[in-house]
Ligand binder design. Structure first.
Ligand code: UD1
Length: 430
């Protein structure tokens, strides 16, 4: 298994291009199931999760070409995917594939909407809490689906097709919003989704559906009004920039001190996180196609945060921000309100010398003068990259084990950091 070795202490200087957003690319790829015509997606990041979803889609019969090549692990960044689901040859999404990535469960809505029946394994994914799917199922039931759970599979049918309805989510869920939004595109009549998640990746999918011929009102708000269609057309769409990757690199620069321009991204996608970062004493300014992050060696202010659905501080940046706060000049408090078990990085950060006290959903971090390199273990996607940030700050050598988590969501992480002066390398395991 690959490991990552970091020798900390280097200042980061230069520029880093930001990739397309993983969390938008996945549902956009899934949207290809809704039409027999070709969907072309540009700026698709080369990530393990994208490649796995490509396998799942091909299993359903989607013809997938990457700028003329077949998809494979050795692609360069920002590729164009051409997807054509002329015939859905298999409506089952098997356990072996779905259990490896939670977002693949989102094929449920589109397959049901188009084929009127589907069988999708209950999901797996990052071990960050129980992550149920009740909201997905209730939303689809409201559109007329019959749903049974049989041997670990969701078996969904809608003999006459899905029918638009009012879906009121009792809790904000990104995945359930994607699933119902995608399904409603082929449901008869109007669907109104209330308390929809407002994450920019949902807006990106909605924009793509509009290009495919669906009428959608309220994009970017918590009420989406969708007029379903009998059939959708093909479209060409570019995946929006990855706000989590943007925030992660901004925090890495704040952590090490440095001066880095993040290009091909949009600060408005993560304004709340950037405001929080600015409070630590990091200078952030807009550039024509991204932002510049500068921090001199002065001490860092402790800042407390609470994770919230968009437009609040994202749970996907919580671990990275905690890594940063381990070196602040004082005490900060981080509260995780989205997932109940998303503090696995606390123990690993402690191995590097961080002082963190966790109680329930709250972590209290007392900044220390120095972190010291050590062996640590990546536990989930965002936790892994928090260890990279901590390793960049730590004195001496840090080895991160189980880095396959990082490959799920960060494209060319070591290359991007190395180009800015970080001492980081991948040790390939056999
Ligand atoms: C998505 C993101 C993930 C991010 C999360 C929250 C993708 C691929 N993943 O995950 O990176 O951390 O949003 O911003 O985009 N819940 C229920 N019942 C359900 C569904 C969810 O109770 O049926 C709960 C979850 O357990 C969690 C909360 O709702 O506590 C939010 O989860 P959700 O927004 O659905 O997260 P994901 O879509 O899985």
């Amino acid at each position: 298994m690959d490991r990552i070795k970091i020798v900390g202490g280097n200042r980061l200087e230069g520029s880093i291009p930001i990739s397309g957003a993983k969390n938008a690319a996945l549902p956009l790829l899934i949207a290809s199931l809704l039409t027999a015509d070709r969907l072309t997606l540009k700026n698709v990041p080369n990530l393990a999760d994208v490649n796995l979803l490509a396998r799942i889609l091909r299993n359903h019969g989607v013809d997938l070409a990457v700028d003329g090549k077949r998809p494979g692990p050795k692609q360069h960044i920002g590729e164009t995917f051409h997807l054509t689901a002329r015939d859905i040859v298999d409506t089952t999404a098997p356990y072996e594939l779905v259990s490896r990535m939670r977002a693949s469960f989102w094929v449920l809505g589109p397959l049901l909407a188009r084929m009127h029946k589907t069988r999708v394994s209950l999901p797996g994914g990052c071990a960050i809490g129980t992550r149920p799917v009740d909201l997905h199922l209730d939303g689809l039931k409201a559109l007329g689906a019959n749903i049974e759970i049989e041997n670990g599979y969701v078996v969904a049918t809608a003999p006459g097709g899905l029918v638009g309805n009012r879906v009121v989510f009792p809790k904000v869920s990104v995945g359930a919003t994607h699933n119902v939004l995608l399904a409603s595109a082929l449901a008869k009549g109007e669907t109104i989704i209330e308390n929809a998640a407002r994450e920019p990746e949902i807006g990106d999918v909605a924009e793509c559906l509009v290009k495919m011929g669906v009428e959608i009102e309220g994009i970017g708000s918590s009420t989406l009004k969708i007029q379903g269609r009998d059939r959708l057309e093909g479209a060409v769409h570019a995946v929006l920039p990855d706000r989590i990757e943007t925030g992660t690199f901004a925090m890495a620069v704040a952590a090490t001190g440095g001066d880095v321009t993040l290009t091909d991204t949009r600060p408005d996608l993560l304004q709340n996180a950037l405001d929080i970062l600015a409070k630590t004493g990091t200078e952030i300014s807009r550039t024509h196609n991204g932002l510049r992050v500068v921090r001199n060696s002065a001490s860092m202010n402790p800042v407390s945060v609470e994770t919230q659905p968009f437009p609040g501080f994202p749970t996907d940046l919580q671990a990275q921000f905690m890594a940063l706060m381990t070196r602040a000049a004082g005490t900060s408090v981080i509260r995780e309100t989205i997932f109940e078990n998303r503090f696995m990085h606390v123990q690993e950060l402690a191995r590097l010398g961080a002082e963190i006290h966790q109680h329930g959903d709250t972590a209290t971090i007392t900044g220390v003068e120095h972190l010291h390199g050590a062996q640590v273990m990546a536990t989930d996607l965002r936790a892994s990259v928090s260890l990279v940030i901590a390793g960049l700050m730590a004195e001496g050598e840090t080895i991160i084990n189980r880095v396959y988590h990082l490959d799920r969501g960060f494209e060319q992480l070591e290359e991007k950091l190395t180009r800015c002066g970080a001492n980081i390398e991948r040790l390939s395991g056999d």
